[in-house]
Design a protein around this ligand. Structure first.
Ligand code: ADP
Ligand code: MG
Length: 357
């Protein structure tokens, strides 16, 4: 049963993609090992992520979006390091065989894998026994020229500008909308946050709400942008846990501080949805700023780069926003007009702190 299931849901649907990645795939599904060959003078980059039902996705989420997102979070890690994908493996632990869930899951994953030419080359499929939750792990393999320095978190320099792609916090708004519709907002907000968040959600325009849900369900890893940042960015991370916490990783590893400009962060929203200027009060904007800093699941990139590259980065096709600066000191700080800098590091998603089933 197991091999038949792997064959129908994974080997056959992904066969064309494996063939098209044939220079880098020496052996795919069906052998005891997959075999990959990175291009000459390239380093091999590896990242792995696990998703657990009811922690990272809901039982009734569309399996298509679960498949997409599982792969997207891994491809985003490659983007954060400046690597491009050459293949991935998939480990599944299933409480029962649900054919229609598996078909939807495989289709969502295939859609994204095709977009970024990342063949599925192997994996493992097991029964979860008495456990009720689906657990899935993906390991992705990528490559980058040896001349690329790797965007290490410790590579930020004092004076670097801090940049982000897209709209950080958009996926978190989507998560809040999702929890709100389930009457479970308390699962992603503290008690004090619930009222201001409900106020904010009640005034958001429809287009922003659907954009937020889309960012949550089908995030696009920033692989193209990451290639364009080679030889420009020093340090880079992807925003999986939130801007303040993820940027803190760069600050700590580099032994420096990061100062973010609160107005620039608010302007990302106002530039994308100009109708917000009249719809939002100062309190709403502050709540939105908190969402931007806390984020979670955005899969946007946040990087530092010397100011000499400012114009080149600004003119890239992807949406990029310069939001602050790396300075001597430690921590992540928010600057706002006429106010002392406010410390914001440490306010991002923490799996163990916020999980209250
Ligand atoms: P083994 O006994 O060597 O562990 P398996 O029976 O687990 O092999 O798997 C058979 C083949 O199917 C292997 O090539 C393996 O990589 C592949 N495979 C198993 N599960 C998956 C999966 N979920 N996705 C992709 N390939 C898989
Ligand atoms: Mg096995």
């Amino acid at each position: 049963m197991e091999f038949d299931l792997i064959h129908r849901h994974f080997k056959i649907p992904f066969a064309a993609l494996v063939d098209s990645g044939s220079e880098s795939v020496l052996a795919g599904i069906g052998d005891d090992c997959a075999a990959l060959r990175p291009a000459e003078n390239h380093g091999l980059y590896i990242s792995t992520d696990t998703l657990v039902e009811d922690v990272h996705f809901f039982k009734d989420d569309s399996p298509n979006s679960v498949g997409w997102k599982a792969l997207a979070s891994n491809l985003s890690d490659l983007a954060a390091c400046g690597a491009s994908p050459i293949g991935f493996t998939l480990n599944l632990s299933l409480p029962k065989v649900d054919e229609s869930w598996l078909a939807g899951f495989s289709a969502g994953m295939l859609e994204l894998a095709t977009q970024f030419r990342c063949p599925l080359v192997g994996g493992d499929t097991t029964s979860a026994g008495a456990n009720k939750a689906i657990t899935l792990s993906i390991t992705v393999f990528g490559q980058a020229p040896l001349s690329h320095l790797g965007f290490h978190r410790a590579a930020a320099q004092a004076g670097d500008e801090v940049w982000v792609s897209g709209v950080p916090g958009l996926a978190r708004l989507g998560l809040m909308l999702e929890y709100q519709s389930r009457g479970q907002l308390g699962r992603c907000c503290t008690t004090e946050q619930i009222k201001p968040v409900l106020d904010l959600l009640s005034v958001l325009p429809h287009a922003l709400k659907s954009g937020a849900l889309n960012a949550l369900r089908k995030p696009i890893p920033r692989l193209a942008l990451s290639q364009q940042l080679h030889h420009k960015a020093n340090a880079c991370v992807d925003l999986s846990d939130g801007l303040s916490g993820d940027l803190a990783h760069i600050a700590v590893a580099s032994g420096l501080s990061a100062v973010l400009d609160g107005n620039k962060l608010k302007n990302i929203w106002l530039d994308n949805w100009p109708e917000l200027a009249s719809a939002l009060s100062t309190d709403h904007l502050d709540t939105l700023l908190g969402t931007t800093l806390q984020g979670g699941d955005d899969f946007e990139l946040c990087w530092t780069a010397p100011a000499i590259h400012h114009d080149a980065i600004q003119s890239l096709e992807s949406p990029t926003h310069c939001i602050g600066q790396i300075q001597a000191g430690e921590g992540v700080w928010l600057s706002a007009q006429d106010q002392a800098h406010q410390r914001v590091s440490g306010r991002s998603y923490n799996h163990f702190a916020e999980y209250n089933p």
